[in-house]
Design a protein around this ligand. Structure first.
Ligand code: MN
Length: 287
């Protein structure tokens, strides 16, 4: 067994997206700060409606997947292929932009806490132009595994293996084989999960502090900790309860050209996406 070490820390920085939603961006805060196949991770967290009330009005995507995971608050999704979804605490939404989708994500509350994450996962070149797809994953469909130390693991994508027991999440069968776990550890408790060798993995601690690996390297709060290769991830909580995301996926090792909400392999494909959006054919199949 090779325990994965903490290799690179990407601190989150204050950013604003949509119509002025304040958030913290770690992965994706610069185009060099990615972890193939992961393009971006945003955390939005505020008790002040001025920070989120304007939401993310209608905007396009092409070439990748967006995954929204809510901890607190209520957002509504509407898109160009007619899907409507309500996201509340503990719910997730898995959207494959593929060839193209135009959607909005708007808060359904005027006060109180809004907290959650949006992750962008790249698609392989051969799937970038596939039809768009959307899946709402209500909290009750996300399995929760209780740990012996009193902790808890929610399995959103991939599988969490503990001894003989394997718990699979609702999202399976994607080319990038994503693992998406949300873990809560009591103070001073520890956690281990096998992660496929060769897959890129990272942690994001959103409450408390955590240490990583056999040497207990410390990972700051609200930073993405990219992990070196290995077959097991070990995390320890500090003197307080720790909450963190563990994400892993199969790297695509393909060129990336990104222009805002379009993520393709070549400059020409970006020009085509911009032209299609301008012409109103971004979301049209087989044009
Ligand atoms: Mn979007």
């Amino acid at each position: 067994m090779t325990t994965r070490k903490l290799q690179t820390v990407i601190p989150s920085i204050a950013a604003s997206d949509g119509a002025g939603v304040k958030l913290r961006r770690s992965l994706g805060s610069a185009q060099t700060l990615r972890h193939d196949p992961f393009l971006m991770l945003d955390e939005f967290f505020s008790d002040n409606p001025d920070d989120y009330i304007r939401g993310f009005p209608s905007h396009p995507h092409r070439g990748f997947e967006t995954v929204t995971y809510m901890l607190d608050g209520h957002m509504r999704h509407e898109d160009s292929i007619g899907h409507r979804g309500d996201l509340g605490p503990g719910d997730a939404q898995w959207m494959t932009a593929g060839r193209g989708i135009i959607h909005s994500e708007m808060p359904q509350q005027t006060e109180g806490r809004m907290r959650g994450f949006q992750l962008w996962i790249n698609l392989p070149a051969k799937e970038k132009m596939k039809p768009a797809a959307y899946r709402d994953i209500p909290a009750r469909e996300i399995p929760t595994v209780s740990l012996e130390n009193g902790g808890e693991v929610r399995v959103i994508a991939g599988a969490f293996v503990q001894g003989e027991r394997c718990t699979s999440g609702p999202i399976q069968g994607l080319s990038t084989e994503p693992l998406y776990l949300d873990v809560r550890l009591p103070a001073r408790a520890s956690f281990a999960a096998p992660v496929t060798t060769g897959h890129h993995a990272f942690l994001y601690v959103y409450d408390g502090k955590a240490t990583v690996g056999d040497e207990g390297q410390s990972l700051p709060h609200r930073a993405a900790g990219l992990l070196a290769d290995g077959d097991v991830v070990r995390v320890g909580a500090g003197s307080q309860e720790a909450h963190f995301l563990l994400l892993a996926g199969k790297p695509l090792r393909e060129p990336i050209v990104q222009h805002g909400p379009f993520v393709m392999n070549t400059r020409e494909e970006i020009e085509q996406a911009l032209a299609d959006y301008r012409d109103g054919t971004l979301t049209v199949r087989n044009s």
